[in-house]
Design a protein around this ligand. Structure first.
Ligand SMILES: Cc1cc2nc3c(=O)[nH]c(=O)nc-3n(C[C@H](O)[C@H](O)[C@H](O)COP(=O)(O)O)c2cc1C
Length: 417
């Protein structure tokens, strides 16, 4: 039987011939295609393949594609992710890093999967710190549709939400799909939502894989490099510039990566001089990630960077650290209005986005939830998750009396810390 990919409507899979280029031998039945397989044209999973009949082969897929069983919504993809990440992530109703989750607890030198470093206290702190703040409901005001679009790095985004930089399918995500397919899902999903995605970099893949995939995506994406030697970074920055990326990032907190430890692949702490050198070596906007103190935030501004990214890597590098929502207000007090502030850490819903913006961020970024979506359903699942977040952000803005992003201030929060 023959099947067409209903996402790209280009790829056709013929069970009789198989598809050796994607690892499927002749005679491989649809049901035997592994979960990690991806459409070689658009990167979507097997679930998008729908049977076609020879006589309609040349018609556009929409004319004959069978409707999927049940809605292919966020829940659907979460269920697939649960299967694909068995042993790594329970895909719990709330992704909070609390003790007892399968991702948390001391790993004794083993890879941490989707959890946090050490005992996972920083991951937990990200969640708990955000929960210290509650939203104040205000419903008596003339109604306006909330204006959510925002401009950053000269680009317009549908909403102040972006995909955080992610990588490392082999070590952290059960080797569930190829690393390049993972990046494509993140980038294309964010793009089709109307935002920009970031991709990280991992030592088990070529160091320029992320920037190559961003290049493939017409430059629509942000590669975030580990803080390798200046020489390597400058080389990677040049590649990024050639591919006309939206911006270039360095995750300074990556100096604590447990993976980049071989003599050829090493990471370093960076000095103020190093930061300025990196900013000066490119005409692209540069983002420094991993800022968790007022002092470092001021240095990022001094370096000439285009944005300061408040993050502790989802608690994956330093245990017993502060939660992002604890640090963010002081950072915002120091640098707000000078350069945009990006922030991530346990942002799961549109209401969390509202809170993190109220605490001083200009853009909220989402990590683990999008990793699960890209693994389970590629770009479409990532897009759906971001849309789900946007819907709740809209509702949250209406119910806290905010018509514009500028109106999202500390006044909408009731804080217990
Ligand atoms: C599986 C996984 C891989 C990650 N890989 C990278 C990376 O390569 N580069 C990077 O800057 N951050 C990386 N991060 C950190 C995220 O960019 C982000 O800071 C963090 O996930 C935000 O917290 P959240 O997951 O609670 O939303 C990774 C996070 C996870 C969970």
């Amino acid at each position: 039987m023959k099947f067409i990919c209903t996402y790209c409507s280009e790829y056709v899979y013929d069970e009789e011939k198989g598809d050796p280029a994607t690892g499927l031998g002749p005679g491989t039945l649809l049901a035997q295609i592994p979960d990690r397989w991806r459409c070689p044209v658009c990167g979507m999973p097997r679930t998008y393949l729908r049977q076609i009949r020879d006589e309609v082969f040349s018609l556009k897929w929409s004319a004959y594609a069978e409707s999927p069983e049940g809605p292919m919504d966020v829940t659907y993809y979460r269920n697939i992710a649960r299967k694909m990440l068995t042993g790594f992530c329970g895909v719990y109703p709330v992704c909070d890093g609390q003790p007892g989750r399968i991702c948390t607890g001391q790993k004794f030198g083993q890879p941490i999967g989707l959890g946090g470093a050490g005992q996972g206290k920083t991951f937990e702190a990200n969640y708990n710190a955000l929960q210290q703040h509650r939203l104040k409901m205000r419903v008596i005001k003339a109604h306006h549709e909330p204006e959510m679009s925002v401009s950053i790095f000269g680009k317009m985004l549908t909403a102040p939400v972006m995909g955080a930089s992610l990588s490392g399918v082999k070590a952290s995500l059960n080797d569930a799909i190829p690393e390049d397919a993972f990046y494509r899902g993140l980038l294309k999903g964010a793009e089709s939502f109307g935002s920009v995605g970031m991709v990280g970099n991992t030592p088990t893949s070529p160091e320029d894989l992320g920037v190559t995939i961003v290049g493939e995506n017409g430059g629509w994406g942000i590669p975030v490099f580990k803080p390798q030697s200046q020489e390597r970074l400058i080389r990677l920055f040049r590649q990024a510039e050639e591919r006309d990326v939206v911006a270039i990032g360095v995750d300074l907190e990556g100096a604590g990566s447990t993976f980049w430890v071989t003599p050829e692949k090493r990471v370093y702490r960076k000095s103020e001089k190093d930061l300025s050198e990196l900013v000066d070596c490119t005409s692209k906007p540069v983002i420094f990630k991993g800022i968790m103190s007022v002092e470092d935030a001021a240095r990022v501004v001094d370096s000439g960077a285009a944005a300061c990214y408040v993050s502790n890597h989802g608690g994956r590098v330093l245990d017993c650290g502060q939660g992002v929502a604890e640090v963010l207000p002081a950072v915002a007090h120091e640098i707000s209005g000078k350069i945009p502030i990006l922030a991530d850490g346990a942002v799961r819903t549109g209401f969390d986005v509202l809170k993190i913006l109220a605490l001083g961020a200009d853009i909220a970024l989402i990590g683990r939830p999008l990793a699960r979506m890209s693994i389970a359903g590629g770009a479409e699942a990532v897009r759906m998750y971001l849309s789900y977040v946007q819907d709740d952000l809209r509702r949250g803005m209406i119910l806290t009396g905010c018509d514009t992003l500028d109106e999202i201030t500390r006044d909408i929060l009731v804080s217990s810390s």
